[in-house]
Design a protein around this ligand. Structure first.
Ligand SMILES: [Zn+2]
Ligand SMILES: [Zn+2]
Length: 358
């Protein structure tokens, strides 16, 4: 096997270089994966621009980013080998939030809160490289019907599935989804496929909102652009109008905008469940109107990562409940990862999802 591999190494804000690195040597609990497709996540953009520190000891590189990836097994460490879990040639998808399976949090099923997490692409070298080492606890076989490109959506989709699970939608309920990114689009399809009634999709950019229509949104509301055909000045009134005054029964907010969450509080009705999903920035504070939230008996939940939902996420994609592949707006080679991140930040050509193929 090759000794060296190409990798995009991130050093600090806006400094990333293509380099030759040694192919990772795996430990007994790891598996070596030849990376096929790696999605660029919003958090990769945040790390690249220094808006959020990466998960290393000093919050800096050098580190290989990229945590949404699929690949082919090339070498299996002793532990996974002894259990015959994987073999070279297996098509796999990597859950980058890799738990230890031994701590208190893991033992109680909260693997997202594991005290010994290993996270390729965030706290260890990730998928913007030809090879990546993964713990066997974070590896799943990819069903034959799922392409490497579609498989690279399983990580963000699993997070969406966890959020939707927390939303506890009952058949026919009116659901409001705030934030028309790739996650919001996947949430619409998932909500519909598990029995939501009408879904309202709320954002500030029309091209994203219109994408939502293809994914099953019933109502589009633009809360910012007064020139938009979907513009509404008073969102609460608009939602009251389409719900016979009942307001939304469920609301989920896959954006870090505090304003969006406050709007969600405003447009939900009695006994509503709200899920805060988008990762806040340091120091963010949300205002909750205490009296109305209390006397309307609402419930606010938070959704962090994707514990115990990977089998559901994989099955939903394999069975075609969500069709993620159409979200890929461009695929670039490893050498173009950096310009791709910049273009995403600038929103050149209205991108939804960009994938890197090492
Ligand atoms: Zn991500
Ligand atoms: Zn653990």
């Amino acid at each position: 096997m090759a000794e060296k591999m190409k990798a995009q190494v991130f050093y600090e804000s806006e400094k990333m270089r293509m380099e030759d690195l040694p192919v990772p040597r795996i430990s007994d609990i790891e598996v070596l994966v030849k990376v096929k497709n790696c999605g660029v996540c919003g958090s990769d953009i945040s790390y690249y621009y220094g808006l959020s520190p990466v998960g290393t000891a000093n919050g800096k590189g050098p580190i290989v980013l990229g945590h949404e990836f699929t690949g082919e097994v090339v070498e299996v460490g002793a532990v996974a080998k002894s259990m015959k879990l994987f073999a070279p040639g297996d098509r796999v998808v990597v859950n980058p939030v890799q738990h230890c399976n031994a701590c208190y949090a893991c033992a109680s099923g909260h693997t997202n809160l594991c005290s010994n997490l290993f996270v390729p692409g965030v706290s260890a070298n990730g998928g913007f490289a030809e090879y990546c080492a993964s713990r066997y606890t974070g590896l799943f076989k990819l069903p034959d019907s799922v392409s490497y490109a579609a498989g690279a959506f399983i990580e963000p989709f699993a997070c969406a599935v966890y959020g939707i699970k927390k939303l506890a939608i009952e058949p026919g309920q009116f659901v409001a989804v705030f934030g028309p990114g790739a996650i919001g689009l996947m949430m619409i399809q998932m909500a519909k496929s598990i029995g939501a009634g009408k879904v309202a999709f709320i954002g500030t950019r029309d091209y994203r909102l219109e994408e939502g229509k293809k994914w099953g949104a019933d109502y589009l509301f633009n809360t910012k652009d007064s020139k938009s055909p979907y513009y509404v000045k008073d969102l609460k009134k608009a939602i009251a109008d389409v719900t016979h005054g009942l307001l939304a029964e469920r609301a989920i907010v896959p954006t870090s905008s505090n304003e969006a969450f406050e709007q969600a509080l405003d447009v939900t009705g009695n006994a509503a469940i709200l899920v805060h999903f988008g990762l806040p920035n340091t120091g963010d504070v949300i205002k909750v109107p205490a009296l109305s939230t209390h006397t309307m008996d609402k419930e606010i939940r938070f959704s962090w990562l994707a514990p115990m939902v990977w089998p559901t996420a994989i099955a939903a994609i394999a069975e075609g409940l969500v069709k993620v592949e159409s979200l890929v707006t461009s695929t670039v080679p490893l050498a173009k990862a950096e310009p791709a991140i910049r273009a995403l930040k600038e929103r050149e050509n209205n991108p939804v999802k960009v994938q890197v193929t090492p």
